[in-house]
Design a protein around this ligand. Structure first.
Ligand code: NDP
Length: 278
């Protein structure tokens, strides 16, 4: 299968529009599942210190490049600094630990996992990311779960505009305001839980469009994302689902189908509200 199209980040780095998400992928399954994803054509993998599977992710990537299937530069790996490592020095240490677990010389994208506003440290955390970026140890830096007010504060203080904000996004929670803010500032939107953890697939509108297009409900929802310009990082546990989730670039939803999915907006979250996570 062809890899996903690449989107250009605000510093010129390329990122595949579809990646493989690894939240809740157990440590012992990470290497085989990520290897399967890479064999299917995924070139973008999303992990985090929290997920406890960076070793397996790194092993799969290194095996794949060592076998000569591809050069490391053609793969894009994201990791994230966890909430308890906020702060300048702690973040530098957390990055070293993640890089060591992954077994890489550099990371493609490093994100602040949650802003944790009550800790009051995300500007210091971001300064550490800027330092690592200036040293060439990370190709792009960004944030995750930042609401508009967190981004505004960050942009006032930062010298590097975040390349990405990775947020919960699916038809129930389309994040319209945040997306326009991202567009105005050259920040790419990456959708986490793009399938609403699978639950959004049961929506009658999704099922109906799946029938109309001859595609699966997951493909319909992922196609809605990519037509809106989001990057998607669905997680799946079988080869069949992984392949299905990447096969979303050879069909198109009509404006009416997009509008029907847009009407599913309800504000329903499958995860936490970022203002309440600390
Ligand atoms: P997703 O929206 O990707 O949904 C995953 C669920 O959908 C799983 O139960 C999976 O089942 C099921 N599924 C996957 N593909 C299909 C398919 N084709 N048909 C039917 N069901 C399917 O949720 P996630 O929460 O996993 O989010 C994706 C990724 O986003 C994470 O893995 C992680 O990398 C990232 N993330 C980031 C967060 C952040 O704070 N930055 C927070 C949460 C997630 P099964 O596994 O059984 O195949």
């Amino acid at each position: 299968m062809d890899p996903a199209p690449k989107l250009t980040l605000n510093n010129g780095v390329l990122m595949d529009q579809a990646g493989y998400g690894t939240y809740k992928v157990p440590a012992q399954d990470a290497a085989p599942l990520v290897s399967t994803a890479l064999s299917l054509g995924y070139r973008h993998v999303d992990t985090a210190a929290l997920y406890g599977n960076e070793e397996g992710v790194g092993q799969a990537v290194r095996n794949f490049t060592d076998a000569g299937h591809i050069v490391r530069e053609d793969l894009f790996v994201t990791s994230k600094v966890w909430n308890t490592d906020h702060g300048y020095d702690a973040t530098l240490r957390a990055f070293d630990t993640s890089l060591q677990k992954l077994g890489f010389d550099y990371l493609d994208l490093y994100l602040i996992h949650w802003p944790c506003p009550e800790r009051g440290l995300y500007l210091d955390t971001y300064r550490a990311l800027e330092k690592l970026y200036s040293e060439g140890r990370i190709r792009a830096i960004g944030v995750s779960n930042f609401n508009r007010e967190h981004l505004e504060e960050l942009l006032d203080a930062a010298s590097v505009v975040p390349a990405v904000n990775q947020v919960e996004l699916h038809p129930w929670l389309p994040q319209r305001d945040l997306r326009s803010f991202h567009e105005a500032h050259g920040i790419r939107t990456v959708a986490w839980s793009p399938l609403g953890r699978g639950a959004v697939l049961a929506e009658p509108a999704v099922q109906e469009i799946a029938g109309e297009t001859g595609r699966t409900p997951a493909q319909v929802v992922l196609r809605w994302h990519v037509q809106a310009g989001h990057t998607v990082i669905p997680k799946a546990s079988t080869e069949e689902r992984m392949a299905e989730n990447l096969d979303i670039f050879s069909f198109e939803l009509s404006p009416e189908q997009v509008a029907a999915l847009d009407r599913l907006e309800s504000g329903r979250r499958t995860g936490s509200n970022p203002s309440e996570v600390n």
